[in-house]
Ligand binder design. Structure first.
Ligand code: 8OZ
Length: 360
């Protein structure tokens, strides 16, 4: 029998009851000071039958913020808030890792301490607008990080990792996708640096690899995953040679023996892909476990596992609308449709009020 979504699997040392992963989902419902609340614990606990939950992207420092009402992981109160979430998920025998996030240039002074300029590899203003507490506002030209500031960024990832472990997470995922800081360093549309952090693939991957090294030293590499999005144009991203760049990155991650590599296999928010890309080629270069993501349904998820393309499949929007997605897949029940108007911000509506299957 071929493997499918319902077989258990071990990603590093994280044991999953099934291969249906809840993708990281920004929901903008944290409390004051970026502190998770009971409502957030309820939302995650409702989804604990996923083989693994990846938390919503979580800022590692005050400068890492780029949207309203995000939960952070850099204060004691935030750790205590997240502890409620991990306790609630573990009480249902679920597993949950935290996605560590720095938005880089995808921010706005109004979201940052002392109205600071967003930071980036290079002082290039992304096309588009920031989501602020005042609504959509044009992005500003970010400040290019000085080389001497990069150890401080790595230290913020380490601090956040220690906090995530203290909050009871089963591991951490380094968010290096979707046009945020680490992805801004990887791709040459956003990285024009002329120092050791720009130019060659090795240089553009240097900050990511330093972060992974430092985070793995704290958490254990078998509790660390990395997320990439090679051809996602979201957040004004592009690269001149994505296949060669991301093949390089996948191979450069091999020596760490990470828990998994998680790949967004296209463009999010309905964006097309920035360039043709062979995800089987990328997958073949990475020696560890692989989580595939983006627009998979049950049949394509099973096929990806049966063929060996993926070890697990991450579902995003389906998990917003179906807290019991695993049970629904199991019996081929119809899925609730997601209400996109309640994705970002608000309260219980469109968050914790999606119906479960009725047990007959
Ligand atoms: C949607 C809206 C805001 C943020 C990502 C963290 O794309 C996000 C995100 C997605 O990774």
């Amino acid at each position: 029998m071929a493997l499918d979504l319902f077989n258990s699997v071990k990603l590093g040392t994280i044991q999953l009851a099934n291969r249906i992963v809840m993708a990281p989902l920004t929901r903008n419902r944290a409390g004051e000071g970026g502190v998770p609340q009971e409502i957030n614990a309820k939302y995650y606990a409702q989804r604990a039958s996923a083989g693994l939950i990846i938390s919503e992207a979580t800022p590692i420092s005050a400068m890492a913020h780029g949207y309203p009402a995000l939960p952070g992981i850099y204060t004691e109160a935030q750790i205590a808030g997240w502890k409620k979430v991990t306790d609630a998920v573990h009480a249902q025998d679920g597993k949950i890792v935290m996605q560590l996030w720095h938005v880089g240039r995808i921010s706005h002074p109004s979201l940052l301490p002392n109205n600071a300029l967003p930071i980036a590899p290079s002082a290039l203003k992304p096309a588009g607008q920031a989501f602020t507490y005042q609504g959509l506002v044009d992005f500003v030209t970010p400040r290019a990080l000085e080389i001497g500031e990069l150890p401080g960024i790595v230290a913020d990832y380490v601090h956040a990792t220690k906090n995530a472990l203290a909050a009871g997470f089963d591991g951490v995922e380094v968010h290096a996708a979707n046009g945020y800081l680490l992805d801004q360093f990887l791709r040459d549309g956003s990285n024009k640096r002329t120092d050791q952090y720009g130019g060659t693939f090795e240089n553009r991957a240097r900050l990511l690899l330093e972060v992974v090294q430092a985070v793995a030293a704290v958490a254990g590499a078998d509790k660390v995953g990395v997320r990439l999005s090679p051809v996602n144009p979201f957040n004004d991203m592009k690269d001149s040679r994505p296949q060669a760049l991301f093949n390089f990155v996948a191979e450069a991650l091999n020596p760490f023996n990470l828990a998994y590599l998680h790949v967004v296999e296209g463009g999010i928010h309905g964006a097309g892909i920035a360039a043709p890309f062979d995800f089987d080629d990328l997958r073949g270069r990475f020696k560890g476990a692989y989580i595939a993501n983006l627009a998979y349904d049950k049949a394509r998820g099973n096929a990806a596992i049966a063929s060996g393309h993926a070890d697990a499949v991450a579902y995003g929007v389906p998990f917003i609308a179906n807290p019991d997605l695993v049970a629904r897949f199991k019996v081929d029940a119809p899925l609730n449709q997601a209400d996109s108007a309640s994705f970002y911000g608000g309260g219980e509506k469109g968050y914790t009020d999606y119906p479960f299957l009725q047990v007959k």
